[in-house]
Design a binder for this molecule. Structure first.
Ligand SMILES: Nc1ncnc2c1ncn2[C@@H]1O[C@H](COP(=O)(O)OP(=O)(O)OP(=O)(O)O)[C@@H](O)[C@H]1O
Ligand code: SF4
Ligand SMILES: [Mg+2]
Length: 311
């Protein structure tokens, strides 16, 4: 078992004059076996990046448990953990130090995570990693992060993660900034590396088609809550949750309404309110849906759903 997460909750405190608490993850659980790909899907603001940041040890969860390879995540020392778990973040500009040229960043990555590699092999490893994502060493020498387009930098970010030869890749919208012609080749690179190295991957996307294409399992998030979770085949052949059904039917997305103004000094709100997170958009919503949060139940073998229509 690579990951086991249970009851994972993350509350952000924000605001200057007033404190507002945002429940970005709310009681999320899942399991990932070695070599598996878990697609994490949901619309903007559903908590996908927050979940990856918790799993990367970039931020601590507010409550809940995560185990990585049988040990609590908090017991792993950061460097020890990042040797095994690498991430490609959603915004590549924020994940590179703007003051260093890219070639230096890549060599430093090798120095830090694979110090045993001889000097000559470092040069080769960097060239190979760049070539795998459609770039060459000549493209990056002496150039700073701001001198690349978002798509180029995202590919460099993938190359940097692969240099470490991680057991696990946490990939946050890795192909959304890459143009269509390169998207397929980058996905193929990830596929080949996964096959060759047996890499486990957590693949965040808002694109349900891509999630099904990539994932062995799918976790559907809505307003921080896991509304459906199970084997990709089962979810795509028989989606149970009305939100998943809507995603699969490619219904155009509805923009969130403006929230009410904050009036008290500290307000904690769940992004979802007290009932089902999907109640204001669900065609089957009843009064109970608006007030009682549905429990997660196993409706089919290994296929979980949180909806009052089941169980
Ligand atoms: N550091 C933070 N401080 C306060 N609120 C935050 C912080 N990070 C995220 N949030 C809030 O948590 C919620 C989930 O955000 P998150 O970035 O995880 O969503 P997402 O699913 O990755 O969205 P997107 O598809 O747009 O990338 C949002 O309401 C967001 O505003
Ligand atoms: S619990 Fe109710 S509102 Fe939520 S998805 Fe199910 S039927 Fe719709
Ligand atoms: Mg995100």
């Amino acid at each position: 078992m690579i990951y086991r997460a249970e009851g994972l909750t993350k509350v952000f405190s924000t605001g200057f004059l007033r404190t507002v608490k945002i429940r970005a993850l709310d009681d999320v659980g899942f399991e990932v076996e070695e070599g598996e790909v878990l697609s994490i899907v949901g619309e903007s603001g559903s908590g996908k990046s927050t979940l990856l940041r918790v799993l990367l040890k970039a931020i601590p969860p507010t409550s809940g448990e995560v185990e990585y390879r049988g040990r609590p995540l908090r017991s792993w020392k950061p460097l020890e953990y990042w040797r095994e778990v690498q991430a490609v973040l959603q915004d590549p500009y924020s994940s590179f130090n703007p003051f260093y040229p890219i070639d230096r960043i890549l060599y430093k990555t090798l120095e830090k995570y694979r110090p045993e590699l001889p000097e000559a092999e470092r040069v080769k490893a960097v060239s190979e990693a760049l070539e795998a994502v459609g770039l060459s060493a000549r493209d990056v020498v002496g150039k700073y992060p701001h001198q690349f387009s978002g798509g180029q930098l995202q590919r460099i970010s993938i190359a940097r993660a692969l240099l470490v030869r991680p057991k696990v890749l946490l990939a946050d919208e890795v192909v959304s900034m890459i143009d269509a012609s390169l998207r397929v080749s980058v996905l193929n690179v990830l596929h080949d590396i996964r096959e060759k190295m047996g890499m486990t991957m957590l693949f965040v996307t808002h694109d349900m088609g891509l999630a099904s294409y990539i994932g062995d399992k799918v976790l559907v998030l809505y307003k921080g809550q896991a509304v459906e979770y199970g084997p990709a085949e089962s979810i795509f052949s028989k989606p149970l949750h009305p939100y998943t059904q809507m995603l699969l039917a490619s219904v155009p997305r509805v923009k969130e309404r403006w929230r009410e103004r904050v009036t008290s000094v500290t307000i904690e709100f769940s992004l979802a309110g007290s009932g089902c997170p999907f109640a204001d958009r669900c065609p089957y919503a009843t009064e109970a849906c608006r007030t009682i949060r549905p429990k997660r139940i196993e409706a089919e073998k290994n296929h979980y759903v949180a909806c009052h229509l089941y169980g």
